[in-house]
Design a protein around this ligand. Structure first.
Ligand SMILES: [Zn+2]
Length: 266
């Protein structure tokens, strides 16, 4: 009888021979984006303050600067290259460590609910700012509020066609990362749905995008309001039309604070 590890290794060997992968940047065989190339890009999250219905945005990469990343996102979404997920996991976990939580504007939530921790207060002064926003003393840890992490939903038809929702994969990775930092988070991936099958946003102008996405989403639990604190997750943030529309619908249904997380921002 073969042991399962041997079979797995054998399977990987066959897959590697039949479907070799090459680094999107230098072409070296073996990885989607080799470590040498990856190291050249500094993972520097982009942050944005409150805008429209969104209370803040964090994106892990600049889409244009990370041209290899744009290729990878495209491969992942349209060529069903699911094994790129291992790379997302690595990139997001590396990036998370350098994301100061203030980038997510969580401290604004805190300032409303925990004034003793806001800037200038005696309690705040006792905590050096390096620790306030550092890995071990993130503001979100001090915040007792529960954050619901909601991936931007796909229409069921699109999801069936693709077989997965890339935003949900990112949402699960972010959930794990935040939970590892003791943040009070949970995944909400059932009640917020895309009720209308919209055209792909990528080829549309800003005005067309807003029109296309308008009223596409629905909070479908009439018995229960949307969570108060929400982080919505998408793969690429372009004009923000999709996230704005989601935040609008969620706030109409009871959400108080809606933050956006995107893998890349154009
Ligand atoms: Zn390379």
């Amino acid at each position: 009888m073969f042991n399962s590890k041997l079979i797995l290794n054998l399977r990987q060997f066959v897959v590697d021979r039949l479907f070799p992968i090459f680094c999107v940047e230098c072409g070296q065989e073996g990885e989607w984006w080799c470590e040498k190339c990856r190291r050249k890009i500094k993972i520097k999250p982009i942050t944005q303050g409150a805008d429209g219905f969104l209370d803040g945005l964090t994106a892990f990469f600049n889409y244009a600067e990370g041209a290899p990343l744009a290729k990878l996102i495209h491969e992942y979404k349209y060529s069903f290259a699911r094994d790129i997920e291992k790379l997302w996991l690595r990139l997001l976990s590396e990036a998370q460590y350098s994301v100061p939580m203030r980038a997510c504007h969580f401290e604004e939530v805190l300032a409303c609910r925990h004034p003793e921790l806001s800037e200038g207060s005696p309690a705040h002064r006792r905590i050096p700012s390096s620790q306030m926003h550092g890995k071990n003393h993130t503001v979100v840890e001090r915040c007792q509020d529960i954050f619901a992490i909601i991936p931007i939903p796909l229409h069921p038809l699109r999801q069936r066609e693709r077989g997965f929702n890339q935003s949900e994969i990112f949402a699960k990775i972010i959930l794990q990362e935040l939970q590892d930092k003791s943040a009070n988070t949970r995944l909400e991936n059932k009640k917020f749905i895309r009720a209308r099958n919209t055209r792909q946003q990528a080829k549309l102008s800003k005005a067309e995008r807003e029109e296309n996405i308008s009223d596409a989403f629905l909070w479908q639990d009439p018995m229960q309001k949307a969570p108060e604190n929400i982080i919505i997750v998408d793969d690429v943030y372009t004009t923000g039309a999709t996230m704005q529309e989601c935040a609008k619908i969620l706030k109409q249904n009871g959400a108080k604070f809606v933050y956006g997380f995107a893998l890349a921002k154009t």
